[in-house]
Design a protein around this ligand. Structure first.
Ligand code: DGL
Length: 278
């Protein structure tokens, strides 16, 4: 089926998930929506982010997507369940796949989760982990400065292992490490880009889990089950849409995606009459 997979995030972070989708599903057409006008979602209220989720999914459906990936932890926590109940198209979030990866990885059943304030305060990861294994103890921490550190660092090619960032990570992670976690979910789209740093701070015994891989596997399984995988032979089309500053999106996004983004479409959601806010 040629209809694209719709993927969205508050900005460029969800491109880490797109990267994995392209790796696992190289023939699929993709339309990626980065809500750069309203990033970051992390500090916003759940109800505000839930409204964004509905608005963006409505937009993606107007682009005939066959499945939606909420490639943002904060948005998944705020709106996945309600969106799944409301829309007909299959919708996949990043939290359950990450939780599954961690439950499979842990041996001592002490799992750490790091994320934005919105994600951690929602307790969505704790619930998802407990639904899979009620005997797991979850330790979580917000890392409010990481998103900015990653975005600035990607543009300036900064070395994330420098002492200032190392100390920041140490401050955030120390309580989780003291609690004896043996696996840690990188519960924010930006954190996989800090994997080397976090691995150094956490030490080799702590497994670092990023949701991107597990999420792409789930997308593949759903499309397979529904008989909706694209078969080619034409090359796939990957489209990018942003709600602000398309040049900046292309520059930063190319770094997150690991391949050059040449064209970005600007969408003013408020001016787009095809969008219905539920
Ligand atoms: N994409 C967000 C997430 O995964 C991080 C950036 C933001 O706060 O909007 O939680």
């Amino acid at each position: 089926m040629d209809n694209p997979i719709g993927v969205f995030d508050s900005g460029v972070g969800g491109l880490t998930v797109v990267n994995e989708l392209i790796r696992q599903l190289p023939l699929e057409n993709i339309v990626y929506f980065g809500d750069t006008a309203r990033v970051p979602y992390g500090p916003r209220s759940q109800s505000e982010v839930k409204d964004f989720v509905f608005e963006i999914i409505s937009f993606l459906i107007s682009r005939q997507v066959k499945l939606v990936v909420i490639a943002c932890n904060t948005a998944t926590a705020a709106g996945l369940a309600q969106a799944q109940a409301h829309f007909d198209v299959p919708i996949v979030g990043v939290i359950e796949p990450g939780a599954r990866g961690a439950v499979q990885a842990t041996k001592n059943r002490r799992i750490g989760v790091i994320g934005t304030a919105g994600t951690i305060n929602s307790a969505a990861y704790t619930q998802a982990i407990r639904a899979l294994d009620a005997g797991v103890t979850v330790y979580s921490a917000t890392c409010p400065k990481f998103v900015e550190v990653v975005e600035k660092g990607m543009i300036s090619d900064a070395n994330f292992l420098r002492p200032k960032t190392y100390n920041l990570a140490k401050t955030y992670l120390t309580p989780l490490l003291r609690a004896g976690i043996d696996s840690m979910i990188l519960g924010c789209t930006h954190y996989p880009l800090l994997k080397d740093l976090l691995g150094k701070v956490a030490g080799g015994e702590v497994a670092l889990i990023s949701s991107a891989e597990e999420t792409a596997m789930e997308v593949k399984a759903i499309l397979e089950r529904r008989g909706q995988l694209r078969e080619g032979p034409d090359l796939p089309i990957h489209r990018f849409v942003a709600t602000l500053e398309t040049d900046q999106f292309a520059a930063l996004g190319s770094r997150f995606l690991g391949r050059k983004i040449t064209e970005v479409e600007f969408i003013d959601l408020k001016a787009d009459t095809s969008v219905e806010i539920s």
